[in-house]
Design a protein around this ligand. Structure first.
Ligand SMILES: [Fe+2]
Length: 148
């Protein structure tokens, strides 16, 4: 059951990342003039959400439970988690390529570092799951039994 606690801990931290990013966006936009907003890529967002913080990606697609992949197969789910962590790291890398704001970059570097830690922990959990005979009963992907 330690794996479940580990996944819940990472999930809780990921939700905190949403809060951190939301705070960052709020700090960056709270003093923007209407003209600055109108002449930026923030304009379309502002039309729908004003200065409020709405969890959406850079194309406006709102965050929802569809972003959370759960198959019930621990091997499939951990592999999905590994990919998700690398995708998050890649987004942070892209932000760092575009941002020249040291205060923003410090936050993004912190979040990027946490995604790397998550990737490492998920990798360790997957390795443990696949190489610990006592745990293989929890892995449908490793089960030798089939219905027929
Ligand atoms: Fe993560």
């Amino acid at each position: 059951m330690a794996e479940e606690h580990f996944e819940h801990d990472v999930g809780t931290e990921e939700l905190a990342h949403l809060e951190i990013v939301g705070t960052l966006v709020r700090q960056l936009t709270k003093n923007a003039t209407t003209s600055e907003i109108e002449n930026s890529s923030y304009g379309a967002y502002f039309m729908n959400h004003g200065r409020g913080v709405f969890p959406a990606d850079s194309t406006g697609v709102p965050f929802n439970a569809g972003s959370i992949a759960v198959s019930g197969d621990p091997i499939a789910d951990l592999t999905e988690d590994l990919a998700a962590e690398q995708k998050a790291r890649a987004v942070y890398d892209n932000i760092l390529r575009m941002s020249d704001d040291p205060d923003v970059n410090d936050v993004i570097k912190f979040l990027r570092a946490r995604e790397i830690v998550h990737f490492q922990r998920f990798g360790e959990a997957l390795d443990q799951l696949q190489n610990t005979p006592a745990l293989q009963g929890f892995c449908p992907g490793l089960a030798s039994e089939t219905k027929n």
